[in-house]
Write a new protein. Structure first.
Lengths: 238, 230
């Protein structure tokens, strides 16, 4: 009798499952996913997650932070969206003419979804498939928020609106502590996400702290005082 | 960079046989889905449109432009996301074009799906323009996009094409003021990069400019149609 491959699940990936549960996947589907994980892909900061197939390859982020980004010939980079544990992204193949690549911003663990769903019994794969497709659709909204940020907002507004969006996404995954959350990105990476220079981000971070709104440092963000979040929400571009 | 359009996925006969299924829109009209599921997908045959998104605070941004040869899925439109005709526009329902035999049908469906995905990918180009480009790069980059897309469907003559956009729409799309757009266009003209006149624009040496404007060329695919009606 062929032996079933052993699951290589690690407790490190539970945050991804909490995010999926927050998005409505049932405990039994998540349990099935846990068992189905045989092979994970590990990437280091800066690595590109390969796409292989022409139509792209869907992956689930199990741990770490990634992004969809394009690097221009002159070295400038624009990050289109940040990928957190529990997010689904379609990796594009390498080569000219691709609109973006998925890259690791920290150490990143990813799961090839076609591989996983291909091995799933049809009773669970339908729910997983639908739930993960829904995750992908949810990210489309965040892409358009990013467009609005780049189109309309000042540097202060861009940073605040990104931090609020991250706080909301992480809170849904149970990964915030009150008004604080872990933000393992460098100011240069934030600059690429905000369409600003690193110097500009640094100045903006300092100004927000001086205004008593947000404190950033040591890999974490803290909204200062219970009112700060409200003040920021009212003043933010959308 | 002027490419001669290769054989298109849909031939003249197919388009002509569906001629009575063409939808006409006036400039300013919103393209809306009909209740009929089969009529959700459209191919734009002539005219220009743009896709607009509204953020929760009511601000609007132009996400991308819709040009002849583009395919659209109207099923994804909503009050927050719509497509407006910028000129008179004609479009054909994909359902009316599909061949009867399953093999040909699957092929056309696949080409249309790819065209819809390609169009939706243009939001990334727009983010790069707004996030990482100065005024001159933004203007050039968008002009090069128009040039490339129109030449793929045979709507450029050498490197000249019709540009039926008001400067307001152009400025709005690029996140620049009208004055800034005006100044940038005359700069580009002064540098001998473009020639403007009579609703037409000529891009001089687009290949060289593509590098300067970090323009991302897409791999050449088969266009959905070519400009036999032009």
């Amino acid at each position: 009798m062929p032996q079933l491959p052993r699951s290589s699940w690690s407790s490190e990936y539970e945050e991804a499952l909490r995010a999926l549960q927050g998005a409505g996947l049932s405990p039994s589907a998540l349990d099935a996913l846990r068992r189905l994980v045989v092979r994970v892909e590990r990437y280091r900061t800066g690595d590109v997650v390969p796409g292989y197939r022409a139509q792209g390859r869907p992956v689930l982020v199990l741990a770490g932070w990634g992004c969809e980004a394009r690097t221009l010939a002159n070295g400038r980079r624009q990050i289109f969206d940040l990928l957190l544990a529990g997010d689904v992204a379609v990796c594009r193949p390498a080569g000219d003419g691709q609109p973006y690549q998925v890259c690791a911003l920290t150490r990143l663990v990813a799961l090839d979804l076609q591989e996983v769903l291909g091995g799933a019994p049809s009773s669970v794969s339908a729910e997983l498939r639908e739930g993960l497709a829904e995750r992908l659709r949810a990210r489309e909204a965040s892409r358009y928020d990013q467009l609005a940020r780049l189109r309309h907002a000042s540097a202060d507004e861009r940073l605040v609106s990104l931090l609020l969006a991250l706080h909301r996404r992480l809170r849904d995954a149970g990964a915030t502590q009150g008004d604080s959350f872990r933000l393992p990105l460098t100011q240069a990476q934030l600059a690429d996400a905000l369409g600003l220079s690193a110097v500009h981000v640094n100045r903006t971070v300092k100004r927000l702290r001086r205004l008593g709104l947000v404190e950033m440092g040591y890999g974490a963000v803290r909204f200062l005082g219970p009112d700060a979040l409200d003040v920021l929400r009212r003043g933010q571009p959308g | 960079m002027a490419r001669s359009p290769g054989p298109s996925a849909l031939d003249r006969r197919q388009i002509q046989s569906a001629w009575n299924a063409i939808r006409h829109y006036r400039a300013g009209a919103a393209l809306a889905a009909t209740a009929d599921q089969g009529a959700r997908q459209l191919i734009v045959v002539s005219g220009w449109a743009c896709e607009i998104r509204r953020s929760p605070d009511g601000r609007r941004q132009i996400v991308s432009f819709v040009l002849p040869g583009d395919a659209l899925d109207l099923g994804v439109l909503s009050p927050e996301r719509d497509v407006h005709a910028l000129t008179r526009l004609e479009a054909i329902e994909v359902a009316r074009l599909l061949p009867e035999e399953p093999v040909g049908r699957a092929e056309v469906e696949e080409v249309v799906q790819q065209a819809i995905r390609d169009r939706e990918d243009r939001v990334f180009d727009q983010m790069v323009r707004l996030g990482r480009m100065n005024a001159k790069e933004r203007v050039l980059n968008l002009l090069l996009e128009f040039h490339d897309r129109l030449s793929a469907v045979g709507l450029t003559n050498q490197d000249t094409f019709r540009l039926p956009l008001t400067q307001e729409v152009f400025a709005d799309a690029l996140g620049l003021s009208l004055v800034h757009v005006n100044r940038t266009l005359s700069q580009l003209r002064g540098e001998g990069k473009i020639v403007l006149g009579c609703g037409e624009i000529t891009i001089l040496r687009p290949q060289t400019l593509a590098e300067a404007a970090s323009y991302l060329r897409r791999p050449e695919g088969r266009p959905l149609l070519s400009a036999m009606w032009g």
